[in-house]
Unconditional design. Structure first.
Length: 285
C-alpha cells in the first residue's frame, strides 16, 4: 500500500518549507500534489518545480481547492490519499513526527479516515471557529453514529473512495461533511481519530487589544471580530447545507465501478487501525 499527499498551499513560506522538508515527506508519501494560488510568479513556482515526486496544479475558479487536490492526486499510482492543508501538514510533521507517521499509516487501513482535533487541541482555537464548528460536528456526529470533527481539513481516502466522492459531489461544494456522508451511505468503511497536534485558527484580534487601547482601536477590533464571526457562521452553514444535500441526493442503484462490492466492504470493515492510534469514540469530545 502507499499514500499520496493532496495539499493546498496558501503561503509562499510553505513552499520554502516544503523544499526544506522534502526528503522527510518523500520517505512517507508515494507522491505529493500541491494546489498553488493562480497569481504566483515564475520565481515562486521554481521553488518546488524540480522537486522529485511533487506535482503542482493551479487554483481554478468554481472548483474548490480540496476537490482539485484530490482529483489531481489520482494521477499518482497510490492506494490512498492524504488530504491536508500544506502549511498545517508541514508544521505537524515537524512538531509531532511520530503522530503524523502513525496517522499516515492508519489512512491505509480504511476507506475514509476522519482526522480530528483532540479536546486539548480544540480548546486552543478561537471562539468563532470553536462555536460554529461545534454545530457542524454535533449535526453530523449524530448522522454518522459517532463523535467526529469534520472541520479540521484533514482526512484520508482510499483510491476507490476518492473516485466515488469526486463522481458524486459538486466541485464547488464543501466536502467537509458531504464526503463522509456520501461514503457512509454507499457502504465504505469510515474510521475516525483525534490528534493532539492540529493547529487552531489565528487568534482573534481582540486578544491583542489592551485595556489602555483607544476607543477607536477597540471599535476597529470589534468590527473585525464581528465580520470574522459572520464569515465563520456562513462557512458552517455551507458545510451543513452541502452535507444535508449529500444525505438526500439520489445515489446510483445499478452497477457502479466506483462503489465497493459486498466482498470489498466486508474485507475493509475487518481492517483495524494501528494500536498506537485510539479511535475517536474512545477519546471523547
Amino acid at each position: 500500500m502507499s499514500v499520496v499527499l493532496a495539499s493546498v498551499c496558501c503561503s509562499i513560506s510553505d513552499l520554502e518549507r516544503l523544499r526544506e522538508m522534502h526528503r522527510t515527506l518523500a520517505d512517507v508519501y508515494q507522491g505529493m500534489t500541491v494546489i498553488l494560488p493562480s497569481d504566483l510568479d515564475g520565481r515562486e513556482i521554481r521553488i518546488i518545480q524540480n522537486l522529485p515526486r511533487v506535482r503542482t496544479a493551479f487554483h481554478r475558479d468554481h472548483i474548490r481547492d480540496g476537490y482539485l487536490a484530490v482529483a489531481t492526486s489520482l494521477d499518482v499510482p497510490a492506494t490512498h490519499i492524504h488530504s491536508c492543508d500544506l502549511g498545517h501538514l508541514l508544521r505537524w510533521a515537524a512538531s509531532r513526527p511520530a503522530e503524523w507517521r502513525d496517522v499516515v499509516s492508519a489512512i491505509q487501513g480504511t476507506d475514509c479516515l476522519i482526522i480530528g482535533r483532540s479536546e486539548n487541541s480544540s480548546r486552543a482555537g478561537e471562539p468563532a471557529a470553536l462555536e460554529t464548528e461545534r454545530v457542524v460536528n454535533v449535526v453530523f456526529s449524530r448522522l454518522l453514529g459517532h463523535s467526529v470533527d469534520l472541520c479540521s481539513g484533514n482526512r484520508g481516502l482510499s483510491r476507490l473512495a476518492a473516485r466515488y466522492v469526486l463522481a458524486h459531489s459538486r466541485p464547488w461544494a464543501c466536502e467537509d461533511a458531504a464526503w463522509p456522508i456520501l461514503l457512509y451511505r454507499a457502504g465504505f468503511t469510515i474510521h475516525h481519530i483525534f490528534c493532539d497536534r492540529l493547529d487552531p485558527d489565528t487568534p482573534s484580534p481582540l486578544r491583542h487589544v489592551t485595556r489602555s487601547g483607544s476607543s477607536t482601536d477597540r471599535a476597529s477590533a470589534w468590527d473585525h471580530e464581528s465580520q470574522h464571526w459572520v464569515r465563520k457562521v456562513r462557512e458552517a452553514l455551507d458545510i451543513v447545507q452541502d452535507g444535508l444535500l449529500a444525505l438526500q441526493q439520489p445515489l446510483p442503484t445499478g452497477l457502479d465501478e466506483s462503489r465497493p462490492s459486498l466482498a470489498q466492504r466486508r474485507i475493509r470493515r475487518e481492517a483495524a487501525l494501528p494500536a498506537s492510534l485510539t479511535p475517536a469514540s474512545d477519546r471523547g469530545r
